[in-house]
Write a protein that binds this ligand. Structure first.
Ligand code: NI
Length: 415
């Protein structure tokens, strides 16, 4: 990129950022910033977000939003009525839980809860969802909007519990987003299709017959089966999966044995399986089981294979992603839109919502000028707080666009 083009990019981002900031009054910006810092200083782990829930309720009430329900224990759903009772209901979701990490940012509002930190930016997600509520309370969307403040994303359980509560029944489309330290502030990803991977895990225990290390003929060695499994399972991605689709099978635990002259009775492996389509997910999960059973048969041992379902692949519905891009253009201009350079193989439990209804999950740039580029889930993660106003303004605009007259969500069933 030439120097001139680089300068244009920086100017474009500044214009995009000011578009989002301009939606808020100085007082509202101060409220949102204070809320984010109040959440950051007192982070809570999944399913323990009691103080977080109280802080968020108080912030919503201060913004004049009073239709608030406690859902899934530590979650909240706050409702802002729309101007048109026939317009579709839209949900905006922010997750609220923190991670078991000891913070090392040295920020004045660093965590005061030992060993717990908002290291994944869920403090920003919660605060920008409230920020969207502030804008929508001032100038309601055509459709009623549910602000979904969801606990326990980090353990992949909160979204499913929110759905099971029935609090999202009748919602026609859902929007949410995640901070992304790889993109500068002012850039937003709102693309169609896969935006996060499935996160299933497997465990295989090979049951053999132990014996003296000097007499393998009298034993059935589970370690040889384990070794064969670790190598053979690599062929699922390299030989079975369409090379055009990303996928991962990682063995992350392998353990067996206790003495150099003893063949053990058992050997255990475990790992993670990532895929970006439901069919690829099935292929890899079925494949892991088939490889385990085949190598067990080959080596005369028994495989006990357990697959644990994690979050599904997160697929942005093209109709919802189109609304989200329109919202970004409206608030920040076309230049704010960008794309992931490669597939994201991380997981996100927003995928449970998009299994049930059309939705779009955004990635919102948080890399500020001259700031640390420490990634999420690290003790020095320090996102640029300007992203709060981008998330808030864009999500509010998503609700307006998706429930506007003539929106694809106002007629028929879309998926
Ligand atoms: Ni996260």
């Amino acid at each position: 990129m030439s120097e001139g083009a680089a300068a244009d990019t920086v100017t474009g981002r500044a214009t995009a950022v000011s578009g989002a900031l301009a939606q808020f009054t100085a007082e509202e910006r101060a409220q949102v910033l204070a809320l984010r810092r109040a959440l950051h200083v007192a982070p809570e782990l999944s399913w323990q977000e009691h103080g977080t829930q109280r802080t968020l309720r108080a912030a919503l009430e201060a913004a004049g939003i009073t239709a608030i329900r406690e859902v899934a224990g530590t979650g909240l759903v706050a409702t802002i009525p729309g101007t048109d009772p026939t317009a579709p209901i839209i949900a905006l979701r922010g997750d609220i839980d923190a991670l078991p990490i000891a913070e090392e940012t040295g920020l004045p509002f660093a965590s005061t809860h030992p060993g717990v930190m908002h290291a994944c930016g869920h403090d920003l997600h919660a605060a920008w969802t409230v920020a969207a509520g502030i804008l929508l309370a001032k100038a309601p969307a055509p459709g009623t909007v549910h602000l979904v403040l969801q606990p326990a994303e980090e353990v992949g359980e909160g979204a499913a519990r929110m759905l099971a509560s029935g609090a999202l029944d009748g919602v026609r489309a859902i929007f949410g987003g995640h901070v992304d330290w790889r993109f500068p502030v002012g850039e937003v990803v709102a693309t169609d299709g896969a935006i996060a991977a499935s996160t299933d895990t497997f465990e295989v225990v090979f049951h053999g017959r132990g014996g003296h290390g000097a007499r393998p003929q009298d034993a059935r060695d589970p370690i040889v089966a384990l070794a064969a499994f670790v190598m053979e399972v690599q062929t699922l991605v390299s030989r079975r999966l369409d090379p055009g689709l990303p996928g991962v099978v990682s063995v992350t635990i392998a353990e067996a044995g206790s003495a150099a002259n003893v063949i053990p009775e058992r050997a255990r492996v475990a790992g993670t399986i990532r895929a970006t389509t439901p069919a690829a997910r099935t292929l890899l999960c079925d494949g892991v089981r088939a490889v385990a059973e085949s190598v067990a048969a080959l080596h005369g041992v028994r495989a006990e294979c357990t697959l644990s379902e994690g979050t599904p692949p997160l697929l942005n519905a093209p109709v919802a992603a189109a609304c989200a891009r329109a919202a970004v253009r409206e608030v920040m201009g076309e230049s704010a839109l960008t794309a992931l350079p490669t597939a994201n193989m991380g997981g996100e439990d927003f995928a449970f919502y998009t299994e049930r209804m059309p939705g779009c999950f955004l990635r919102i740039g948080t890399l500020g000028e001259g700031r640390s580029a420490a990634g999420v889930h690290t003790p020095r993660f320090d996102p640029d707080e300007t992203a709060l106003f981008i998330g808030g303004a864009v999500l509010a605009a998503c609700a307006r666009v998706a429930s506007a007259p003539g929106s694809v969500f106002t007629t028929g069933t879309v998926r």
